[in-house]
Design a protein around this ligand. Structure first.
Ligand SMILES: O=c1nc[nH]c2c1ncn2[C@H]1C[C@H](O)[C@@H](COP(=O)(O)OP(=O)(O)OP(=O)(O)O)O1
Ligand SMILES: [Mg+2]
Length: 214
C-alpha cells in the first residue's frame, strides 16, 4: 500500500483526516512517526504554509507528504486572524485563549456583521523538492457567536455557528462536520486531483503527460 505522511501536529485535524481518508487505499501516517520539530510557518498564505509543512515532512520522512494549513477569516476583522489563527493570542496559545481573544475583538460587533469563513489549503508533495505539488483549497462560511457552544472538534469550532444546521461546528455530529467543512471540501477536491494525477497516469502507462513519481 502507498504510504503518505500527514504533515500536522494538530490532534483535532489528525482525527478528522483519519475519518476523511477512511475509504482510501493508502496508508496515511502521522508526521510524529518521523519528526519531532515543526516547520516554521513563514508563508503569507494558507497555500504557502501548507507547502512549507508538506516539504518539511517529506524531507524528514523520505515519503510523500500531505499538509493542511487552515484558519478562520472574520469579515469584521478584515480577514484576521487568517493564517495567524493558531497564534492569534500569541505563540503557543491554546484554543481557549484564541477563542477568548476573538470574542474580545468582536465584543462591539452586532450579530449581522459577524460573518466568517474557515479556509483550508491542502498541499501534497511526492518528494521534498517536488516542483509540481498538488494543491487545493476550500472554505466554509458561518457566523461567530458571542459565547462558545459545544465540546466537539477543536480550535474555533465552539464559536463557529453553521446557519444551515443551526448548530456550532463543535455541536455538529462528526460525520456532519466531515461532510460540510472547509477540510471536507478540500479533501474532495484533493481526491479528484489524486485520481487524475496519481491513479490515472498509472493506468495509462503510455501517457507522456502523467507526472507520477512513485
Ligand atoms: O476545522 C476547524 N475547526 C476549528 N478551528 C480550526 C479548524 N481548522 C482550522 N482551525 C483553526 C485551528 C488553528 O487555530 C488554526 C489552524 O492553524 P494551522 O497552522 O493550520 O494548524 P496547527 O498549527 O494547529 O497544526 P499544524 O500546523 O501542525 O497542522 O485554524
Ligand atoms: Mg500550524
Amino acid at each position: 500500500m502507498e504510504k503518505i505522511v500527514l504533515a500536522s501536529g494538530n490532534a483535532g485535524k489528525l482525527k478528522e483526516f483519519s475519518q476523511l481518508f477512511s475509504g482510501w487505499q493508502i496508508a496515511v501516517l502521522p508526521q510524529s512517526e518521523f519528526l519531532q520539530d515543526e516547520a516554521e510557518e513563514t508563508g503569507l498564505s494558507f497555500i504557502e504554509n501548507a507547502l512549507i509543512k508538506a516539504r518539511h515532512a517529506s524531507r524528514a520522512s523520505g515519503l510523500p507528504a500531505l499538509a493542511d494549513d487552515s484558519g478562520l477569516a472574520v469579515d469584521a476583522l478584515g480577514g484576521a486572524p487568517g493564517i495567524y489563527s493558531a497564534r492569534y493570542a500569541g505563540a503557543g496559545a491554546s484554543d481557549a485563549e484564541n477563542n477568548q481573544k476573538l470574542l474580545q475583538a468582536l465584543k462591539d460587533v452586532p450579530a449581522e456583521k459577524r460573518g466568517a469563513s474557515f479556509h483550508c489549503a491542502l498541499a501534497f508533495v511526492r518528494t521534498a523538492d517536488d516542483p509540481v505539488p498538488l494543491v487545493c483549497t476550500a472554505r466554509w462560511s458561518g457566523v461567530i457567536l458571542a459565547a462558545p457552544a459545544g465540546d466537539q472538534g477543536f480550535g474555533y469550532d465552539p464559536l463557529f455557528y453553521v446557519p444551515s444546521e443551526q448548530l456550532t461546528s463543535a455541536q455538529l455530529p462528526r460525520e456532519v462536520k466531515n461532510r460540510l467543512s472547509h477540510r471536507a471540501h478540500a479533501v474532495k477536491k484533493f481526491e479528484q486531483l489524486w485520481h487524475e494525477e496519481m491513479v490515472m497516469p498509472e493506468q495509462q502507462a503510455h501517457s507522456a503527460t502523467g507526472t507520477k513519481f512513485f
